[in-house]
Structure formats: C-alpha cells, structure tokens
Design a protein. Structure first.
Length: 87
C-alpha cells in the first residue's frame, strides 16, 4: 500500500514539474498528470540505471529527477498528440 501512495505522490510531483517545464497550455486533468508523471519517473529511473549512473554520495538524485521530468514532458507531448488536445 505504501508503494502505491509513494508512486502517486512522485507521479504528481514529476507530472506537475513536467507541465511547468513544457511550454504552452496542456489541457489534461490531474489524473493524467499523475499517471504520466509516474510513468516518466519509472522510465526515467530505468534509463538512468541502464546508463550506469550511481548516486554513491547519497542525497538527492538530481540526475534521476531531471531525466524523469524530461521523459514526462515527452509523454505529455505524446499524449496530447495522440488525443488531439492542442492549444
């Protein structure tokens, strides 16, 4: 249960940051923001691991957050293109 709540919280944060970074208006709801943010966090974390990044010093994993936000921005763009929701 705790993992699901954590995924929702991280998805909301990553999705909100991605929507702030992406230019223009995104006519998508909070549920899709959370879903796309969670997918962005998962795929971004996986990509960072594939390329061998390790946060040996501990602390905040800035690279993982930045890649996750970039992936979420791409996913929001794909979603908007697929659904025809454009400004």
């Amino acid at each position: 249960m705790g993992q699901i709540i954590g995924m929702i919280v991280v998805g909301a944060v990553i999705g909100a940051l991605a929507r702030l970074v992406k230019k223009g208006e995104q006519p998508i709801g909070i549920v899709w923001t959370i879903i796309l943010g969670a997918l962005g966090a998962g795929i971004g974390g996986w990509l960072v691991g594939v390329f061998g990044y390790s946060n040996a010093n501990g602390g905040v994993e800035w690279v993982r957050w930045i890649v996750s936000i970039i992936v979420a921005v791409i996913l929001i763009g794909i979603y908007m293109g697929a659904t025809g929701k454009k400004k």
